[in-house]
Each structure stands twice: as C-alpha cells, then as structure tokens.
Write a protein that binds this ligand. Structure first.
Ligand SMILES: *Cc1c(COP(=O)(O)O)cnc(C)c1O
Length: 378
C-alpha cells in the first residue's frame, strides 16, 4: 500500500459490528465482562478503548512499526517514553529540541535523577564524544524547530546501536507522510499529533510507534500505569484528520516551495532556513531520508522591531504558537515557543530576535505571497 492509501485503509477500517465506514466514537469508560476476569477484549478505557485502538493501529501502520500509542499530548507521549528510563540514566538530545521538550528534561525529569545533555546532532561526530557509561538513549528531533536543522537518522541510530542506546525520534515536523524513522533504524518515533496529524488546530494529542515487542509492552505498561491517554473524541478527530494528511502535506509543501523562492530573493530577508534549499548544510541528508522537505520555514529580518512590524501587517498568517494546520501560522520563536530557553542559550543556538517562523498553510499561494509582499515593505 502506498502512503495516501495507507492513511485511509491502514489501521482499522470502519466498524465490524455495524458496517459504519468510519470508526465510531466509543464514548465509554468500562466494559461488561462475560464472567469475572473474562472481558470481551476491553476492560477499562485507560488500558484500551476501541476508538483509541483504531488510532493506535493507524499510527503503527503509517510509521511502519508494530505497535502504536495515543497520548493526551505530545509532551505526555515524551514523558511516557522517558519513563522507560530510571534514576541515574543519561539521555543525549538534539540541542534545539522543542522548548517544551527542553523544559521537561531540565525542570521536571532532572528532579527524578534523569540526566540530559544537549548536543548538535546534525553533526554526527558530536554524538560518540558525549556517550557515557550511563547513557541509555539518543533523542533526535529532525528537522528542528525553528532552525530546520537536519540530523542523519540512519547515521545517528547506527552510532547509538554500537553503544547499546535506544534511538528516539520526534517526527512532528516531517510526519509519517514524508519520513519514517523506524525504517531508518530508530526504535521509537513520537509526534505532537496536535500539529500536522490533526491538522486543523482543534485537538491536542500525542502519538508514538515502536517496532520491538519488548519496548512496546513496556510502553503500554507505562501508558496504562501513568494514564496520560487520549480520549475517544480526540482519537476520532485525529483519525479524521489523518485521512487527508497526504493531500495536505503535498499542498503545504507546494506552497512552501513558492514562499521560499520569494523570501530568498527579498532584500529585507537576511537568511532563509529550509531543508529544501541547496545551501542548507544537510540538504543532501534531508533528500535521502525524507520524501519531502515539509512546510516549516524560518527567516531572519534582522531585529525584533522589524519582525513585529511584519507580523502586525500580515493578514493571512495568524499569530499563534503551534504549527501544521490548514491555516498559515506565524511566530517569533524568541518571544514565543522558545521563550522558556534562556536568552544566552538561544543566542548560542542561533535563534535571533529577528527570526520569524512560518507554518505554511494550504490557502491559495497567490494570496500568501501577496500578503508577505505587502508586509515586507519595511
Ligand atoms: C508541539 C510540539 C511538541 C509538544 O507537543 P504537544 O502536543 O504540544 O504536547 C513536541 N515536539 C514538537 C516538535 C512540537 O512541535
């Protein structure tokens, strides 16, 4: 099955009891048993729910794994994955991970004795140097937020394997439509499904998939024990959203290519960050490991004042955190998504005050370019 077909026919198609073509919302917490300890398949919805199960089967299939999981948010998915580790363990992470991932590791899980080191994984040579006796996992985000840095997943996973580490990939930006980390050697893939998978700015959710039975059993044990599961209504919204992921991603990317061309030529734009650009440092790796370059693009207009002026003038780019929706969204990372990262650290990473991040939507491209054109008349 190819990707768009799999998004529609993967997982569980419809409802075997009624013939309904879409999976119903099983709004239920508990299930009648045939006898004590003899459930028909479900016993309690924290442990398993048919609507959530259909979604878990779908993410498993589209990520080419053998088990899927749905959580109440991307951060709940990451928290559960981190609970696979124990006090005293050490995790290596990509240095410009999502701000909330950085916060989880440095303000919450550190208190439980989980150590974290943040390194530039886009340069594979940096990984081995930082592996210590207690290092248990390599956590990659690629492409990253907001500088669109790209890590060679297969290369990094092979270093991790040599040292017995698990490789975990946050695949939110690429989505399974463009990139499948499990097929590149990763052990766990996770998503903020709030973004492209949902796609309509109406649901907060997290998904994960694994391709190993032991890891799958452990993660299910944690999901059930800690309880950050996705409810049936939100599971259904994601099932609905994911059916159109393919056509949305194609359209998002088509628009992004045009916008990148426009920004590259613009005199007030100092720099454009996009993995599809030939001068992107890891363009060749992006081309090799992903089927598309995605629809996140960042550009620098030189100062916070200019960035704010551009924002004020735009009509079709909604000022909002989040990304991956049908509507175009815009943000200033230094003031918004990355505000929880200390200013000195932001500077080190290259997240300048004049940096603007676009999540390009699927509106008509003429309207989007026209809007940017008038907003950039600084
Ligand atoms: C939004 C986001 C998250 C967090 O997901 P939530 O659904 O907001 O909890 C994690 N990683 C990346 C790359 C994100 O963009």
């Amino acid at each position: 099955m190819k990707k768009k077909t799999k998004l529609i026919h993967g997982g569980i198609f419809g409802d075997e009891h009624t013939g309904a073509v879409s999976v119903p919302i099983y709004q239920v917490s508990t299930y009648k048993q045939d006898g004590p300890g003899r459930p028909k398949g479900y016993e309690y919805s924290r442990t398993g729910n048919p609507t959530r199960h259909a979604l878990e089967e779908l993410i498993k299939d589209v990520e080419e794994g053998d088990r899927g999981f749905a959580f109440s948010s991307g951060m709940a998915a990451m928290s559960a994955i981190m609970m696979l580790f124990s006090q005293g363990d050490h995790i290596l992470l990509t240095d410009d991970v999502y701000g909330g991932s950085f916060r989880l590791m440095t303000k919450v899980l550190n208190r439980f004795g989980l150590e974290a080191t943040f390194i530039d994984t886009s340069n594979l040579g940096n990984i081995e140097k930082e592996i210590k006796g207690n290092t248990k996992a390599l956590f990659l985000e690629t492409p990253t937020n907001p500088l669109l840095k790209v890590t060679d997943i297969a290369g990094a996973a092979s270093v991790a394997k040599q040292f017995g580490l698990l490789t975990i990939v946050d695949n939110t930006f690429s989505t399974p439509y463009w990139q499948n980390p499990l097929t590149l050697g990763a052990d766990i893939v996770l998503h903020s499904a709030t973004k492209f998978l949902g796609g309509h700015s109406d649901v907060v959710a997290g998904l994960a998939a694994v391709n190993d039975k032991i890891i799958g059993d452990k993660l299910h044990f944690i999901q059930n024990s800690t309880g950050g599961v996705l409810g049936p209504q939100d599971s259904w919204l994601l099932l609905r959203g994911m059916k159109t992921l393919g056509i949305r991603m194609e359209e998002h990317e088509q628009n992004t290519k045009e916008i990148v061309k426009f920004l590259e030529r613009h005199k007030h734009v100092l720099k454009v960050y996009y993995p599809g650009l030939k001068h992107h440092p890891n363009h060749e790796i992006a081309k090799r490991q992903a089927r598309g370059f995605g629809s996140m693009v960042s550009f620098d207009v030189g100062s916070e004042e200019k960035a704010e002026e551009v924002l004020r003038r735009l009509n079709y780019f909604t000022l909002a955190e989040s990304l991956g929706a049908v509507e175009s969204l815009i943000s200033i990372p230094a003031l918004m998504t990355h505000a929880s990262i200390p200013a000195a650290r932001r500077k080190e990473l290259g997240i300048t005050d004049g940096l603007i991040r676009l999540s390009v939507g699927i509106e008509d491209i003429e309207d989007l370019i026209g809007d940017l054109e008038q907003a950039l008349k600084l």
